[in-house]
Design a protein. Structure first.
Length: 143
């Protein structure tokens, strides 16, 4: 069970992120999580949204370069050590972590991590055996 992460290339200039987020708002796209990695000339905006198909279509129509990548989203207790536990499970299982970012919701005492790993299926199996709940795209849309 994975979620659809949308990666968008955005020019690294003042106002470009505002343009992107305004465009998403105009089309009623609700971001659930967001991460930005930047270089001198451009940034890669990674986001989890309520409607990835619609988002992908409107980005393409407006000329943004984007892609959809499957990623894991896991629910963890919002307390010290929870992330360390998840990362240890993955490391002990031989799953390489490419990158990650977190997001919170209105659900008290729960945090969510988006994990991009080399092998989603293996990670899901390992985490599932340890009782870690991976959330689906449908669950993301309902948060």
């Amino acid at each position: 069970m994975t979620v659809k992460q949308i990666s968008v290339f955005v020019e690294n200039k003042a106002g470009k992120m505002a343009e992107l987020t305004d465009y998403l708002q105009q089309h009623q796209i609700d971001m659930r999580a967001l991460s930005i990695a930047e270089t001198k000339d451009f940034g890669i905006v990674r986001m989890i949204v309520d409607d990835p198909y619609k988002t992908s279509c409107i980005l393409k129509e407006s000329g943004y370069v984007s892609s959809i990548t499957p990623a894991l989203a896991v629910e963890i207790p919002d307390e010290p050590g929870s992330l360390a536990r998840i990362l240890k499970i993955l490391g002990d299982g031989g799953v390489n972590l490419d990158y990650m970012y977190a997001f919170l919701t209105r659900k008290k005492s729960t945090a969510y991590m988006v994990l991009r790993v080399a092998d989603n299926e293996k990670a899901l199996e390992i985490l599932g055996k340890q009782g870690v709940h991976a959330i689906s795209q449908d669950e993301i849309s309902e948060l």
